[in-house]
Design a protein around this ligand. Structure first.
Ligand code: C5P
Length: 211
């Protein structure tokens, strides 16, 4: 079974995806980390930030495990990720890697922005996880400050809005809810409550398919 969990930054999709994977005994791929690793590696390589050919070459052989996850989760790597994510050649280079992961025997849980629309349009269950911009900024602000990346809440909110707009408006694989994805708004939900709701949605989707 393939479960697609998409949504904007700090919506809770990563946490929900991880918990669903553990619950159903499936491997989990955080596809945002792939884009973060490509953006970071491009910056490290000294190539120009808009060098699409160089970014695609990096994407073709990227292994996010080769990088410190804390570094990849930084605000700077997030910005670099959104930039390379708008490059069609980069998305193409990462497509097969993601589809290969999804095709594992038994299935997988993938989280990102375009899993339900582009990577796995035939996923058995699709969720679009979101939360209000203010709540997402509050969570991201806490996370960044917890890691010692001091940033004002207002700056986090502005950065989030800018990144959302860039992700939703790009020509190639814009971050939008798939027609058949179920909306899960985590604004007022605890982590446990969000997981329970996600599990209910996935179970209902499986039942609907007679699985
Ligand atoms: O989810 P996360 O914040 O780690 O994603 C970082 C960036 O990677 C996003 O802002 C988006 O531009 C890009 N991304 C994407 N498609 C995915 C996952 C992430 O374009 N499937």
């Amino acid at each position: 079974m393939i479960v697609a969990v998409d949504g904007p930054s700090a919506s809770g999709k990563g946490t929900v995806a991880k918990q669903l994977a553990a619950h159903y005994g499936l491997p989990h791929l955080d596809t945002g980390l792939l884009y973060r690793a490509v953006g970071y590696a491009l910056a490290q390589s000294g190539a120009a930030p808009d060098d699409e050919a160089a970014a695609a070459e990096i994407a073709a052989r990227i292994d996010p495990k080769a990088y410190d996850e804390q570094v990849l989760r930084s605000a700077a790597a997030g910005g670099a990720a959104a930039a390379v994510a708008a490059m069609p050649q980069v998305r193409r280079a990462l497509l097969e890697l993601q589809r290969g992961f999804a095709a594992r025997p038994g299935g997988a849980v993938l989280d990102g922005r375009d899993i339900g629309t582009v990577i796995c349009p035939d996923a058995h269950a699709k969720l679009w996880v979101t939360a209000s911009a203010e709540e997402r900024a509050r969570r991201r602000h806490l996370e960044l400050n917890g890691r010692g990346e001091a940033m004002e809440y207002e700056a986090v909110l502005a950065q989030l809005a800018e990144r959302d707009a860039r992700d939703a408006s790009r020509k190639d694989a814009p971050a939008v809810q798939a027609d058949d994805a179920v909306l899960l708004d985590t604004t007022t939900l605890s982590i446990d409550a969000a997981f329970e709701e996600a599990r209910r949605i996935v179970d209902a989707a499986l039942q609907g398919r007679g699985l």
